[in-house]
Design a protein around this ligand. Structure first.
Ligand SMILES: [Zn+2]
Length: 299
């Protein structure tokens, strides 16, 4: 990768396209370059990190949250300053325990660790520094406001670079999948509020971790992302019209459409995605459960 593939967004701030088009298990990154050099998220890929680092030594690595596609390749910067969210738990230093956090059981956690180990994810080390909600990080010639957005994951952060008006929305990512809340700790309602809160900021451009940057108004993309919550909920509701059991809803795979490469982990994440919607649908009076079957009651 040469410098030309890195896109200058504004003074001191650059978009670093992730390998694989920024799709999982990669993500896009951001480079702050003024005074010190800062990389936000290392999931861009080994080759790209090494190319940037050989040209302009990276001083600081900021991790937006502890998902594998965002921490992957951090080990190539292990001897630099590593900054993680205040909320990131210590289990991030052990892949089996991180897997348990993300799947809900030690057994599935070990399967997760094996799966992400297969594409090179290493456990993080204890960080050098932590940042918290509302903190202004004056680094790399930028004024980076940390915004805690815990709906996707409890330690998930967005950043607002105030000088350039660049809003980094991380995994509020505008992908066709829609919002992802497949871990036990993820929360649909909190996620929705996170989106509403960040889209109200006075940004000039919006950059997510898995799509290319959007210059100017991104209301359409934010509203589309919010509508995806509803589309996901409708997909679960439609399956309840067939009086299905939880197992049969999960087997129907309304989220992944059976396309996740690891079937055991697909089942774990699909279960969380479905369950969280069923809980909402029951709470809102659209669905009831009877003898292990979910029935649509509202209309
Ligand atoms: Zn994530």
């Amino acid at each position: 990768m040469n410098r030309g593939e890195i896109e200058k967004l504004d003074e001191n701030i650059y978009f670093v396209p992730g390998e694989n088009g920024g799709r999982f298990p990669a993500c896009h990154g951001f480079l702050l370059d003024g005074g010190e050099t800062v990389l936000i998220d290392s999931g861009v890929g080994e080759e790209r990190i090494k190319a940037i680092d050989s040209e302009k030594r990276i001083d600081i690595l900021i991790i937006t949250h502890s998902h594998p596609d965002h921490i992957r390749c951090w080990n190539f910067l292990h001897d630099r300053v590593v900054m993680v969210p205040q909320e990131t738990p210590d289990v991030v230093t052990d892949l089996d325990l991180l897997g348990e956090r993300f799947t809900g059981s030690p057994e599935d956690g070990r399967k997760w660790a094996k799966y992400v180990g297969g594409f090179g994810v290493q456990p993080l080390r204890a960080p050098d520094e932590r940042f918290s909600d509302g903190e202004l990080l004056q680094l790399g010639g930028c004024h980076l406001e940390a915004i805690h957005t815990p709906g996707h994951l409890k330690d998930h952060y967005c950043f607002f670079e105030r000088k350039s008006g660049t809003l980094i929305t991380t995994d509020i990512d505008f992908t066709s999948f829609g919002p992802w809340y497949g871990n036990p700790e993820s929360d649909i309602e909190v996620f929705r509020k996170d989106v509403t809160r960040v889209m109200a900021l006075p940004y000039k451009r919006v950059c997510s971790s898995h799509k290319t940057p959007i210059e100017g108004d991104a209301t359409e993309q934010f509203e589309g992302f919010l509508r995806s919550f509803e589309r996901q909920r409708q997909a679960v509701l439609e399956l309840c019209e067939k009086r299905m059991t939880l197992d049969s809803i999960i087997a129907a795979s309304p989220f992944y459409r059976n396309s996740f490469p690891n079937k055991e982990l697909q089942r774990v994440f699909e279960t969380n995605l479905v369950r969280k919607n069923l809980e909402q649908l029951q709470r809102d009076g659209w669905v009831m459960e009877s003898n292990g079957r979910y029935l649509r009651t509202g209309s």
